[in-house]
Design a protein around this ligand. Structure first.
Ligand code: COA
Ligand code: AMP
Length: 632
C-alpha cells in the first residue's frame, strides 16, 4: 500500500492504468472495467469505457445491503425554517426509489434530462439520486439565478421533467421560485412534459393545471413503490452542471458516471481524510459543483453522513451558525468557501461565538471555490486550532486539481498555495507561446491530457466549444484559464483568471454575461464589467458605462436601472450593485477593451501602459471615475 503523497502522485502519472483500476475497486460495478483508459474514444479518450454501474446503487443500495441501513445518511438542518430531520440510509433509499418510480411514470428514463431548480431541501437531493437511479441526467440550477438564466439552461438541456419548489428562504426574504420558473418557461422554446412542485408552507405557489404535479400527492400515491437501478455505462453522463463561460451562454459541463465515482471515492480518504460512518459538513449549495461532489455524491458514496444545511454562515441566526452545526452533528470536517469564513470573521472577529462549543470531533477545515487569502486561513487556524486546507478546482474537474492530501500525510503549508497537484493531474505552467515557464514564473496553468477520471469529457451539445474553450489554446493540454506558477517544491499558486470570469463570494460569474445584460439598456452605448477586489466577497462586479450621445437623463437613475436589469437578467447572485458612467472606455487599437488594466487601476495595483492602447488619456478618466466610486 503506497501511503505518501510523492510516490502516490508519481504512480498516478507513470502507471495511470493501475493507479485508477486500483482506485476503481472502491466502487460496486455491475460490470467491472478491465480497460482503465481508452484514448481512441471521445475527444481526448474515456475512462473505464467497458465498465457498467449505477451511481445511486453505489450511494444507497450497497450501504443498506452492507449493514448501514440505520446509520444517518443525510441530516437536513434548516435554521431558516427551524426544521431538522435525519434520514437513515434505509429511509433515503426508500424515498429515492419511490421518487424514481414517480419519475418513471412520467416517462423519465435512461438519458432523459431532469432539471432541478430547488433550494437546499432533502427533496432536491432525492430528485438528483432518483434521476441517477433511472439513468436520467440531472441538471441542478442554482436558486440565485434569474428566470432568463434558467430559461437558457432549460433550452440547452431540454428536460423531460422539471423539479421545483414553491420558495427558497434567504435571511431577509423568501424567494418565490415558482413564478421564476413560470417566467423561464415562457421564455424558453423547450417545454418539459411535466413539472413537479414541492409546496413549502412558508410560501405556497399556484399550480399550472395539466402541467404541474404536486410533489407530496405524488409521493403519497406512490407509497410502497420503488424503481430499480438502471445499469449504466461508466461513460454515460450522470449530470450536466452549467457554469459561466466568457459569454452569456452558460457551458454545460458533462460529468460521467464511472470516472466521477472512482475519483470521488479516492478523494474522501486521501484528500479529506473522512471515513465511512463519520459526518462531513460541506456548507455549499447543491447548485454548485462543490455541493454536487461533497454534499451529495462523495459522502454518500463512502457510507459517511452528509449534512444538508439550509442556512448561511452568518445571519441564520448569527456568526456561530457553522460552529453550532459542527457541534450538534459531531462533524469531523467542514468544507466551505473562504467568503463564508470572511463573513464569520467580519461579524465575530474574536470568535466569541465559538466559546463553549464542543468541537472535539473537528479535524480540518477545507476551503475552495476562490482564492483563500492567507489572512483568512490564519484567522481560522488560530481560532479553530485545526488545519485549514485550501484546495483548488473547477466545475469542469469535479474534484480538486491541487490540494493538500491529509490522508497521505499532510505536506507543509505555504501561504497563498493550495499545495500540490492531485493524482492524475499533470499540472504545468506555460507562457502564451506554449513553452513551459521557469520555476516560479507566472503563466497559464494547464493540465497535460488526458485529464484524470471524473473531469469533463465534453460540453453538453457543444463539442466544438469544448475544444475551443479548453483544448485548442495549448495543444495536448487542458487550459484552466487560471494564471499562476509552480514553485521549487512543486507547490502550485493560482493567482487570477485569464478570461472574463470573476469570482464573487465563491460564485463563478461571467462579466461578459453582465455586459450583455447592461447593453440591453436603451441609454447604454457600450460598457465593460470588471471584478474589483472586495474584502468580503473576494471580488465584486463594477460596470463602466458609456451612455449614448444625447442622453441627458440623470446618471444615478440610469445606474439604478442598470443594476435592476442585471438582477433581472442574471439574478441576485451576480451581486451587481455599482455602475460608473465614463465618457470613453480604454481600448487597444484593434478595439479590445482593456478590462485587465481597468481592474488593476481599480484595485490600486501596479500597472503598465499597454503598448497597443488607442488613447492613453482614457485611463486617466477611468482613474478619475473610480475616485467617485459609490453605489448607485
Ligand atoms: N436563492 C436565491 N437567492 C440567493 C441564493 C439562493 N440560493 N443565494 C444567494 N442569493 C441571493 C442573496 O439573497 C443575495 O440577494 P440580495 O441581493 O437580495 O441580498 C444575492 O443573491 C447575493 O448573495 P451573496 O453573494 O451570497 O451575498 P449575501 O450578502 O447574501 O451573503 C455570504 C454573503 C458570505 C453569507 C454568502 O455569500 C455565502 O454564504 N458565501 C459562501 C459561498 C459558497 O458557499 N459558495 C459555494 C462555492 S464553495
Ligand atoms: P468554479 O467552477 O465555480 O469552481 O470556479 C473555478 C475557478 O475558481 C477556478 O478556475 C479558480 O479561478 C477559482 N478557484 C477555485 N478554487 C480556488 C482556490 N482554492 N484558489 C484559487 N482559486 C480558486
Amino acid at each position: 500500500m503506497i501511503a505518501d503523497y510523492h510516490s502516490t502522485y508519481q504512480f498516478s502519472l507513470t502507471d495511470p492504468k493501475h493507479f485508477w483500476l486500483d482506485a476503481a475497486e472502491a466502487i460496486d460495478w455491475t460490470k467491472k472495467p478491465e480497460t482503465a483508459f481508452d484514448p481512441a474514444l471521445g475527444v481526448y479518450g474515456r475512462w473505464f469505457s467497458d465498465g457498467a454501474l449505477n451511481a445511486c446503487a453505489n450511494l444507497l443500495d450497497r450501504h443498506v445491503a452492507g449493514g448501514r441501513g440505520e446509520q444517518a445518511a443525510l441530516i437536513y438542518d434548516s435554521p431558516v425554517t427551524g426544521v431538522k430531520r435525519t434520514y437513515s440510509y434505509e429511509e433515503l433509499l426508500r424515498e429515492v426509489a419511490r421518487f424514481a418510480a414517480i419519475l418513471s411514470d412520467l416517462g423519465v428514463g435512461r438519458g432523459d434530462r431532469v432539471v432541478i431548480y430547488m433550494p437546499m431541501v432533502p427533496e432536491a437531493v432525492i430528485g438528483m439520486l432518483a434521476s441517477a437511479r433511472l439513468g436520467a441526467i440531472h441538471s441542478v440550477v442554482f436558486g440565485g439565478f434569474a428566470a432568463n438564466e434558467l430559461a437558457k439552461r432549460i433550452d440547452d438541456a431540454r428536460p423531460k421533467v422539471i423539479l421545483t419548489a414553491s420558495c427558497g428562504i434567504e435571511p431577509t426574504r423568501k424567494v418565490a421560485y415558482k413564478p421564476l420558473l413560470d417566467q423561464a418557461m415562457a421564455m424558453a422554446s423547450h417545454a418539459p412534459d411535466a413539472v413537479i412542485l414541492l409546496q413549502r408552507p412558508e410560501l405556497e405557489a399556484e399550480m399550472t393545471p395539466g402541467r404541474d404535479h404536486d410533489w407530496a400527492s405524488l409521493v403519497l400515491a406512490a407509497d410502497g413503490r420503488s424503481a430499480p437501478c438502471a445499469e449504466m455505462e461508466a461513460t454515460d453522463p450522470l449530470y450536466i452542471l452549467y457554469t459561466s463561460g466568457t459569454t452569456g451562454a452558460p457551458k454545460g459541463v458533462v460529468r460521467d458516471t464511472g470516472g466521477y465515482l472512482v475519483a470521488l471515492a479516492w478523494t474522501m480518504g486521501a484528500v479529506y481524510g473522512v471515513k465511512p460512518g463519520e459526518t462531513f459538513f460541506c456548507a455549499s449549495d447543491i447548485g454548485w459543483v462543490v455541493g454536487h461532489s461533497y454534499i451529495v455524491y462523495a459522502p454518500l458514496l463512502i457510507g459517511a453522513t452528509t449534512i444538508l444545511y439550509e442556512g448561511k454562515p452568518v445571519a441564520t441566526p448569527d456568526a456561530g451558525a457553522l460552529w453550532r452545526v459542527m457541534e450538534e452533528h459531531k462533524a469531523v470536517a467542514l468544507f466551505t468557501a473562504p467568503t463564508a469564513i470572511r463573513a464569520v470573521k467580519k461579524e465575530d472577529s474574536k470568535g466569541d461565538k465559538l466559546a463553549g462549543r464542543d468541537l472535539s470531533h473537528f479535524r480540518a477545515l477545507y476551503l475552495a471555490g476562490e482564492r483563500a487569502d492567507p489572512a483568512t486561513i490564519q484567522w481560522a487556524a488560530d481560532l479553530l486550532k485545526v488545519p485549514v486546507i485550501d484546495n483548488c478546482w473547477q466545475t469542469e474537474t469535479g474534484w480538486p486539481i491541487v490540494a493538500n492530501p491529509v490522508g497521505l500525510g499532510a505536506l507543509p503549508f505555504k501561504p497563498g498555495s493550495p499545495t500540490v497537484p492531485m493524482p492524475g493531474y499533470d499540472v504545468r505552467v506555460l507562457d502564451d507561446a506554449g513553452h513551459e515557464t521557469p520555476v516560479g514564473m507566472l503563466g497559464n496553468i494547464v493540465i497535460r491530457l488526458p485529464l484524470p477520471p471524473g473531469c469533463l469529457p465534453t460540453l453538453w451539445n457543444d463539442e466544438a466549444r469544448f475544444r475551443k474553450s479548453y483544448l485548442d489554446g495549448f495543444p495536448g493540454f487542458y487550459q484552466t484559464s487560471d494564471a499562476g506558477f509552480i514553485d521549487e517544491d512543486g507547490y502550485v499558486f493560482f493567482m487570477a483568471r485569464t478570461d472574463d470570469i470573476i469570482n464573487v463570494a465563491g460564485h463563478r460569474l461571467s462579466t461578459g454575461g453582465m455586459e450583455e445584460a447592461i447593453a440591453a439598456h436603451p441609454d447604454v452605448a457600450e460598457c465593460a464589467v470588471v471584478g474589483v477586489a472586495d474584502a468580503l466577497k473576494g471580488q465584486t462586479p463594477v460596470g463602466f458605462v458609456v451612455l449614448k450621445s444625447g442622453v441627458s437623463r440623470d446618471g444615478a437613475e440610469i445606474g439604478r436601472e442598470i443594476v435592476a436589469l442585471v438582477r433581472d437578467r442574471i439574478g441576485p447572485v451576480a451581486a451587481f450593485r455599482e455602475t460608473l458612467t465614463v465618457a470613453r472606455l480604454p481600448k487597444t487599437r484593434s478595439g479590445k477593451i482593456l478590462r485587465g488594466t481597468i481592474q488593476k487601476i481599480a484595485d490600486g495595483e501596479d500597472w503598465t501602459m499597454p503598448a497597443t492602447i488607442e488613447d492613453a488619456a482614457v485611463l486617466d478618466e477611468i482613474g478619475e471615475a473610480l475616485k467617485g466610486r459609490g453605489t448607485t
